[in-house]
Write a new protein. Structure first.
Length: 451
C-alpha cells in the first residue's frame, strides 16, 4: 500500500511538473488526446448550439412527408480533418450550401467556451473549406519560439502568435513597418529581438537614429554601420541615405541591359534581381522614438523637422527597390505630430502595435488598416509586456508576443557578429567607434559607443 501511494505521488508530481513547467508536453501527452475525444463527441451538438447548421433540403423534407417519417434534423457541416499539434488542434470543416466562412469567425468565441479551449481562430482555406485552429493552453504566457530556419532573404521569426504559429517579419513582402507602444509595453524588447536576428546576417547593414542620447541603440553599436543620437545628425544621415538610394538606382539601371535576348528571369527593377557580385547591401533603418524628430520650438527647428519628415517620406516611397527599409518606433504616431506624418504613415504597411493608453492612439495606428483590432490594443494587460497586435501578410491581424530579449543578450549578439558589419562609403562618417571618439562631424553632441 505504501509503495502504491508513493507511486501515485510520483505520478501526480510528474503531471504537475509537466503542466506548470512543460505545458507543451503536458498538452501532447494528456490534454491533447482528451481534447480530441471531447471535440469528436461534442462536435454535432456544438455546431447546432453555435448556429452553424443548415436546414434540411426541400428534397429531404418532401421525402420525409411522403414516407411519413419525422422531419430530418438540421445538417451539420462535415468534419473532414482533426489533427493534434504542439499547441492545440486543427479542424478542417467542409461547409454546407448556404454557409459562409464568416459564420465560423463570428462563432469562434462560442466554440472556445463549448470545447473548453484557450483560443479559437478560423480562416478560409479555399471555397467551401474552413480551417479552425484551437489553442489548448496559453502559449503567450511563456513564449517559446520553435526552432526555425529563416532561409534566404530578409524573413525573420520575431514573435509567437496566440495560435502557436510563428509571426514572420518579411522585409521583401512588407518593406516598412511601424512599431508603437506606451511606456513599458515591450516595444524595446521587440526592437532588440529584431536587431539580434538581423545582426547574424551578413547581407544587411543596420542604421540607427536614437534621439534619446543613444541610450537604446548605442550599446549595440558594434553591429551598426551608422548611428546618430540627435536631430541634426539624423537629417544629415537621412540625406546620405537618399544619395545612396539614388546611386543604387543608377546601378540597377546600368545592370538591366534589357534586350530581346535577355531572359525574363534576369530583368529586374530592384536589388534582389541583380547578381550577387554587384548587389548593394540591404539597409534597415531603425528610428527610435520618432516624435523626437517631429517636435520643434523655433523656426530653425521647424525647417529641420520638415526636412527630416520629407526625407523619411522619400525613403518610404522609393527605398524598397534600393533595399532600404524603415522600422519606425514610437509611443504615438498621429496627425498631431505635424504635416507629412499621415503621408509617412500611409507608407508603413507593417504594423506592430503594443499596449496603448487611449483609443485615439489606437485608431491612428490601426484605424486605416484593421479597425476591428483597435480595442484589442487598449485591452492588452500591463503585466504582459511584449504582447502586441500585428498585421499579417493575409490582410488580417493576430495577437502576438515577442520572446524576452534582455539588453545583455542583445549586446552579446551584436558584439559576437561585429565582424559582419558592412562598411558603407556614403555613411562612413556616421559609423560609431568603440574607442569613445565618434566619427560624426555634423552634430553638436558626439556619440560614444557603449559597446
Amino acid at each position: 500500500m505504501a509503495r502504491l501511494l508513493l507511486l501515485l505521488a510520483v505520478v501526480l508530481a510528474g503531471v504537475w511538473w509537466l503542466r506548470v513547467l512543460r505545458p507543451g508536453w503536458y498538452w501532447l501527452v494528456i490534454s491533447g488526446p482528451w481534447a480530441m475525444v471531447k471535440v469528436s463527441s461534442r462536435y454535432a451538438s456544438v455546431m447546432d448550439a453555435c448556429g452553424l447548421t443548415v436546414d434540411p433540403s426541400r428534397l429531404r423534407l418532401t421525402w420525409a412527408r411522403l414516407a411519413k417519417r419525422p422531419i430530418p434534423p438540421p445538417r451539420v457541416p462535415r468534419l473532414v480533418g482533426l489533427r493534434l499539434t504542439r499547441t492545440g488542434l486543427v479542424l478542417r470543416i467542409r461547409l454546407r450550401p448556404g454557409q459562409d466562412a464568416f459564420d465560423f469567425s463570428s462563432s469562434a468565441d462560442r466554440m472556445r467556451h463549448a470545447f473548453g479551449m484557450q483560443q479559437v481562430t478560423s480562416r478560409e482555406v479555399r471555397a467551401g473549406l474552413v480551417e479552425v485552429r484551437m489553442t489548448g493552453y496559453d502559449v503567450l504566457r511563456r513564449v517559446r519560439m520553435p526552432r526555425l530556419d529563416p532561409g534566404p532573404g530578409l524573413r525573420l521569426p520575431l514573435a509567437l502568435c496566440e495560435d502557436g504559429s510563428p509571426w514572420w517579419r518579411d522585409y521583401r513582402q512588407v518593406p516598412h513597418a511601424l512599431n508603437l507602444g506606451a511606456t513599458q509595453s515591450g516595444k524595446s524588447v521587440y526592437q532588440r529581438r529584431l536587431i539580434t536576428l538581423l545582426a547574424s546576417r551578413s547581407d544587411v547593414a543596420l542604421v540607427g537614429i536614437d534621439c534619446k542620447q543613444g541610450v537604446e541603440l548605442s550599446p549595440l553599436a558594434r553591429r551598426f554601420s551608422a548611428l546618430v543620437d540627435n536631430a541634426d545628425d539624423a537629417l544629415a544621415l537621412l540625406e546620405a541615405l537618399i544619395d545612396r538610394m539614388e546611386e543604387t538606382y543608377r546601378v540597377i539601371r546600368r545592370e538591366q541591359r534589357i534586350s530581346v535576348d535577355t531572359p525574363d528571369a534576369e530583368i529586374t527593377a530592384d536589388i534582389w534581381g541583380l547578381p550577387a557580385s554587384v548587389r548593394p547591401t540591404a539597409v534597415v533603418v531603425v528610428v527610435d522614438e520618432v516624435a523626437e524628430l517631429s517636435l520643434f520650438s523655433t523656426k530653425e527647428e521647424e525647417k529641420r523637422r520638415d526636412a527630416i519628415v520629407t526625407a523619411l517620406v522619400r525613403l518610404a516611397q522609393l527605398g524598397r527597390a534600393a533595399g532600404i527599409y524603415l522600422e519606425i518606433c514610437g509611443q504615438r504616431f498621429g496627425a498631431d505630430l505635424g504635416k507629412g506624418i499621415t503621408m509617412l504613415r500611409a507608407q508603413l504597411g507593417g504594423r506592430v502595435i503594443h499596449r496603448l493608453n487611449d483609443e485615439g492612439s489606437a485608431k491612428m495606428a490601426l484605424g486605416d488598416m484593421a479597425p476591428d483590432a483597435v480595442l484589442s490594443t487598449v485591452q492588452i494587460s500591463a503585466d504582459r509586456p511584449g504582447t502586441a497586435v500585428a498585421l499579417n501578410a493575409r490582410g488580417g491581424w493576430s495577437l502576438v508576443r515577442t520572446p524576452h530579449t534582455s539588453l545583455r543578450e542583445a549586446v552579446n549578439t551584436c558584439d559576437a557578429h561585429a565582424h559582419l558589419t558592412p562598411r558603407l562609403p556614403e555613411l562612413e562618417r556616421f559609423r560609431p567607434t568603440t574607442g569613445g571618439v565618434s566619427l560624426i562631424k555634423s552634430g553638436p553632441r558626439p556619440l560614444s559607443s557603449a559597446a
